[in-house]
Write a protein that binds this ligand. Structure first.
Ligand SMILES: [Zn+2]
Ligand SMILES: [Zn+2]
Length: 907
């Protein structure tokens, strides 16, 4: 017994997910060699997206399901497979034979004979179907294929016929089933089309197929002919959910004990019942189905992302998330449902229990991420649909679908679904075009990289010595006697110039570069590490008797290691040169690289083993590590990570490298980076018991040489991807010393002992707050006095109180407050006040409510007129307005102008 193969279809690059029970056995049919076993029976977890649109709408479609199957690889064949299937269905499951129908491939006389003559199924219940329904494969143009035969249950049996059959017990009597022990099975009135000739293969849902027996007996050749296989096989598939529906007498798979508990819990959380039919029931079904798929996928360590499998999971989660909202959820809820999946399935799949917390956390983080954009996206969608409906359009353009995808993260199938609910079509071809446009734009951006590689392959090289080249010797040696094989000027224009004789200063008559020039060169062997795997290149120099070259960069180009450098002395010559790697950069780089491995290891032990390296930079002054994780690690988690790395440093563990085959390394548990290409022979770096990575970089010999590890920053760089920057060795020490100095400077500044710093700083902050409060209070008191003064000096112009005054106030806010008081006290009044604050003029005009009702004057106009005088502008509402200007000397004139303006209006 083995556990179910993972959902993430491992060995098969053509598949995203394991979509059927036979996936893991594929090769057993076409293999010619000896097999470890020739029979198998399995329960396989599967994830299939081909039926996505039907999920929740029909009684029988899923994304996630379990498939039961029995397999033969050149062992038993059709006769046994059919005999045993019938025995299992009628004797073990005890389904009523009267309700069973079968189908065979139209040309498969052998199968028909077995069903009719061997089993005794009446001819009328053995239905012939064509290529489309009853012939399986091949998956590609050529390959293993064969006919199949399916077993169906009639969900709406004719009662009269059933009664007649029971009396005569015709045809099936040999099954010997005690009628009292028969499993009832669901009867769903009205599910069929009601036509007299309705039978398996009909478009209606009356006949539910629950077991497909596939007979892989042919190999389809290039020319389309079918060759008989030496190893004829059997591959059967029975959906556990459909079987549960039949045995439990339910009318849909969603009512079985596999899925019903999820819907029950959903109703509890939503505090409502979901009606039996209609779109809400579809939503509940979709949520139940998707939740199960997500729980299983997350348990395997898959994460939502924008690539391949991860994107499928993201789509499923977003579809479910939206559905659960339409059912009334106001907050993320799916993460509370995944536990139900665990409870229902944990006996068969213990990984669900182990990962229970993790599944819920990943689900919640992704739900919350989607929440943020969902409302905006839905609003945008409604806006678009509103416009379309107003213009009588029936189609959402590709551009719209793309915007929703690109800006709001709406998977196109989600948009499509929402559009369909509103009776609209979507332009999926147009969407693809938009996607293609974006891809092209991204490519154009990365083109300069390609240019750089191309430049390396041009032919302007000068050969100085012959023989092999570019052998890397730098793991063990930092100094080496080397020969230059080829060189060229780094700037192609310089080479052309030299050829025309113009660059006589830089190149001598023989075309050799002379001091001061930047060149590129290839060596017979090199101790310099070329930029690769995120690690920057080594620096150093080449020294011969007559010349010195400073090495500033090293890159790989095809099979060659190309060094870039500056000729600092003499001319370029074949050598031998003494190549010396600069230890001052090599050592810090090595420290950072070893620390990167330790960090990777520590992150996995602290945050969980779903953490994967998503990118890395190993430089001399720092390291940067990108990794997958669904949320920001807490401060204490980060501290734990930092401590874990430093403990490994203190343990002073030996860093071992060895070369082995890729398969050996993976079997030994080494971490390979996803998306990296590895050759047959790989180098693996092992540090202690837990860290083992395929890696070509340079490392320190023992972890103790890392010195100290210090995390400098942690941030998000994309959804589900995070970044840590850290330093080691002397850089870490420098930072710590710097922190100490800053601390001391602060102590010096506030006084007292170092230990009292925090308390003193707190006191200072508090004191400042108090001062501010007091000064604000003083300002207010002063402002109140100013208002009193203004009120007492108000003119009376035929019943209207008119104010114009220069005031002493510290801010726009104070002016506003004064304005409010003035308006209250002078309902039939108006005026303008002004202050100079920091050299600038602030103005405020107001009109009291009862004067405002007379519609003679508006505050906005007053402020604008007055502001003109001080060289500024402004405006506002009719009851109150503010303005500003820079000419402080004109304030009095501005106030007078404002007063005149009001006077004219109220006369
Ligand atoms: Zn029908
Ligand atoms: Zn590495």
């Amino acid at each position: 017994m083995c556990p179910s193969a993972p959902l993430a279809a491992g060995g098969d690059p053509t598949l995203l997910f394991t979509a059927a029970g036979m996936v893991q056995f594929k090769e057993y049919y076409s293999s010619e060699g000896p097999l470890a076993f020739t029979r198998a029976a399995s329960v396989q977890k599967c994830l299939r997206l081909s039926d996505l649109e039907n999920v929740g709408r029909t009684l029988r479609h899923h994304t996630f399901f379990e498939m039961l199957g029995n397999f033969s690889f050149g062992d038993y064949f059709k006769q046994e497979a059919i005999d045993w299937a019938w025995e299992f269905v009628t004797q073990v499951l005890r389904l009523d034979p009267q309700r069973l129908w079968v189908s065979v491939y139209e040309d498969d006389e052998e199968a028909r004979r077995i069903w009719e003559n061997g089993i005794g199924v009446p001819r009328s219940k053995v239905v012939s179907l064509g290529q489309k329904d009853n012939f399986w494969g091949p998956v590609g143009r050529t390959g293993v294929c064969g006919p199949c035969s399916e077993i169906y249950i009639d969900l709406e049996p004719d009662p009269e016929e059933m009664a007649r059959a029971a009396q005569t017990s015709s045809g099936f009597s040999e099954t010997g089933v005690d009628p009292r022990a028969i499993t009832a099975g669901p009867v769903i009135p009205g599910i069929g089309c009601g036509r007299a000739d309705c039978r398996p293969g009909c478009e209606c849902d009356r006949f539910l197929e629950f077991w497909n027996l596939v007979f892989p007996q042919f190999y389809k050749e290039e020319d389309g002919s079918l060759r008989e296989l030496k190893r004829k096989g059997i591959d059967t598939g029975m959906g556990l959910e459909r079987l549960a529906m039949i045995l439990q007498g339910r009318s849909t798979v969603f009512e079985t004990d596999l899925l019903k508990p999820i819907i029950d819990r959903m109703e509890e959380l939503l505090e409502r019942e979901i009606p039996a039919g209609g779109e809400e029931r579809v939503s509940a079904n979709v949520v139940a189905d998707h939740t199960r798929a997500l729980a299983f996928a997350f348990a395997e360590g898959m994460m939502p992302s924008n690539e391949e499998r991860g994107y499928v999971l993201r789509r499923l989660l977003r579809r479910a998330s939206r559905r659960v909202r339409t059912l009334g959820a106001r907050r993320p809820l799916l993460h509370k449902l995944v536990g139900v999946v665990t409870d229902a399935m944990r006996d068969a799949y213990p990984e669900l229990s182990d990962k229970r917390e993790h599944i819920a956390r990943v689900t919640k983080a992704e739900e919350e991420r989607f929440e943020k954009t969902l409302e905006l996206g839905i609003a945008r969608f409604e806006e678009l649909v509103g416009k379309l409906e107003a213009s009588g359009e029936k189609r959402l353009s590709g551009q719209h679908v793309f915007t929703l995808y690109d800006t709001y993260g709406f998977p196109p199938d989600l948009t499509e679904e929402m559009a369909r609910e509103r009776g609209l079509e979507t332009d999926s071809a147009g969407f693809e075009q938009e996607m293609e446009k974006q891809r092209r734009a991204a490519q154009a951006k990365s083109r300069f990289v390609t240019e750089r590689v191309k430049r390396l392959s041009t032919k302007d090289w000068t050969t100085l010595s012959a023989g092999g080249h570019s052998k890397f010797v730098g793991y063990k040696k930092l100094e080496e006697k080397v020969l230059i094989r080829k060189f060229r000027w780094a700037d192609a224009g310089a080479a052309a110039g030299a050829a025309c004789g113009r660059r006589t200063v830089d190149a001598d008559a023989s075309g050799k570069a002379v001091a001061g020039q930047t060149i590129e060169f290839i060596l017979d062997k090199t101790p310099f590490y070329a930029e690769a795997g995120g690690q920057v290149a080594d620096k150093g120099r080449l020294i011969s008797q007559n010349s010195t070259i400073e090495v500033t960069g090293v890159v790989r180009s095809g099979g060659a290691v190309v060094h870039r450098g500056r000729l600092v002395r003499g001319q370029v010559e074949p050598g031998p040169y003494e190549a010396v790697v600069d230890l001052g950069t090599r050592m810090p780089i090595a420290r950072n690289h070893t620390a990167t491995h330790l960090l990777h290891c520590a992150l996995r032990s602290v945050l969980g083993d779903h953490v994967r390296q998503a990118g890395s930079l190993v430089a001399a002054d720092r390291l940067r590590f990108d990794y997958t994780h669904f949320q920001a690690p807490s401060a204490s988690e980060l501290e734990e990570v930092e401590n874990a790395v430093n403990e490994l440093v203190l343990e002073d563990i030996e860093v071992c490298d060895d070369v082995c085959s890729y398969a050996e390394a993976i079997q030994g548990g080494a971490t390979a980076l996803f998306g990296e290409k590895y050759g047959d022979r790989v180098r693996q770096i092992t540090i202690g018991a837990r860290s083992k990575e395929l890696c070509g970089g340079t490392h320190v010999r023992r972890t103790g040489q890392v010195g100290h590890f210090l995390i400098v920053s942690e941030s998000a760089i994309g959804s589900g991807t995070r970044r840590i920057e850290a330093v080691t060795g002397t850089e870490a020490r420098a930072r710590i010393v710097e922190r100490g100095k800053t601390l001391q400077a602060m102590v010096d500044l506030v006084g007292g002992a170092k230990e009292e710093l925090l308390a003193r700083a707190a006191e200072l902050v508090k004191a400042r707050e108090e001062l501010e409060r007091k000064s604000h209070h003083d300002e207010k008191t002063k402002a109140a006095a100013e208002v009193e003064r203004i009120l007492s000096s108000a003119e009376d112009v035929s019943g209207v109180k008119l104010v114009s005054a220069r005031v002493d106030m510290a801010s726009q806010d104070m002016l506003r407050e004064a304005g409010d008081v003035l308006r209250q006290k002078l309902p039939r009044g108006a005026g303008i006040i002004g202050a100079v604050v920091g050299g600038k003029v602030l103005l405020l005009s107001f009109v009291g409510d009862s004067l405002l009702a007379e519609k003679k004057v508006a505050a906005g106009d007053v402020a604008r007129e007055a502001a003109r005088i001080v060289g500024g502008g402004g405006g506002g509402k009719p009851h109150m307005a503010t303005a500003g200007g820079h000419d402080a000397s004109a304030l009095d004139k501005a106030l007078a102008t404002g007063r005149e303006f009001i006077l004219e209006r109220i006369k």
